[in-house]
Design a protein around this ligand. Structure first.
Ligand code: IMP
Ligand code: MG
Length: 178
C-alpha cells in the first residue's frame, strides 16, 4: 500500500516485513506449545484485530476465536487503568485453554484487569500474547511478546490515535499534539 504519510506520522519503528517475520515466529512457537490443546484466541478489540488476523493464520492448529471490547478511561494517549467491558465474550471459558491477544502493554493496568476478569471464569489455562511491550515495563507472566518499544506513542497495525491510522501496515511514531 502506498500512501502519502500524514504530517503527524514520524519514524517507522517496525516495518511491515519485520512485523510479519516475527508474527510467523510467534505462530510457530504457539503451534508447538499448544499442539495437544488448541487454544481459544481472545482478541481485545479494537487494537489487536490485525495482529489476531495475521497471528491466527500463522498458527497451524484448529484454534477458536472470541472477541472482547474494552474501553479505558483516560486521555487520548494515557490510560487510567479503569477499564470497562464494552463487548463481552460470547463463549464460556470454563476448562478452555485461553490465549489472550493484545496490541500493546504500556502500564500493564489494562492487562491486569483483563487477567483478573478472565481468571475468574475458570479457564484451564490463561496466557497472553502481546505484539508490543514498553521497554521499561516489567510484565509478570507474559508468555509471548512480539517487540519491545520505547516510551513514545505509536500507531499503525491496529493501533490508533482517535480511531485513525489503524490500517497502516507498519508501526510508527505518532508526533501529533496530545
Ligand atoms: P495500559 O493499560 O497502560 O497497559 O494500556 C494499554 C492500552 O492503552 C492498549 O491496549 C492500547 O489500547 C493503549 N495504548 C497504550 N500505548 C499506546 C500507544 O503507544 N499507541 C496506541 N495505543 C496505546
Ligand atoms: Mg486504543
Amino acid at each position: 500500500m502506498v500512501r502519502t504519510p500524514a504530517p503527524e506520522l514520524g519514524e517507522v519503528l517496525i516495518p511491515a516485513d519485520v512485523l510479519q517475520r516475527r508474527i510467523a515466529e510467534l505462530g510457530a512457537q504457539i503451534t508447538a506449545d499448544y499442539r495437544d490443546d488448541p487454544p481459544l484466541l481472545i482478541c481485545v478489540l479494537k487494537g489487536a484485530f490485525l495482529f489476531l488476523a495475521d497471528l491466527s493464520r500463522a498458527i497451524d492448529l484448529e484454534v477458536e476465536f472470541d472477541f472482547m471490547a474494552v474501553s479505558s478511561y483516560g486521555s487520548a494517549t494515557k490510560t487510567s487503568g479503569v477499564v470497562r467491558i464494552v463487548k463481552d465474550l460470547d463463549l464460556d471459558l470454563t476448562d478452555r485453554h485461553v490465549l489472550l491477544v493484545e496490541d500493546i502493554v504500556d502500564s500493564g493496568l489494562t492487562l491486569s484487569f483483563l487477567r483478573r476478569n478472565l481468571e475468574a471464569r475458570n479457564p484451564a489455562s490463561l496466557e497472553v500474547c502481546a505484539l508490543l511491550v514498553r521497554e521499561e515495563s516489567e510484565v509478570p507472566d507474559l508468555r509471548y511478546t512480539g517487540f519491545r518499544v520505547p516510551n513514545v506513542f505509536v500507531v499503525g497495525y491496529g493501533l490508533d490515535i482517535a480511531e485513525k491510522h489503524r490500517n497502516l501496515p507498519y508501526i510508527c511514531v505518532w508526533e501529533g499534539a496530545g
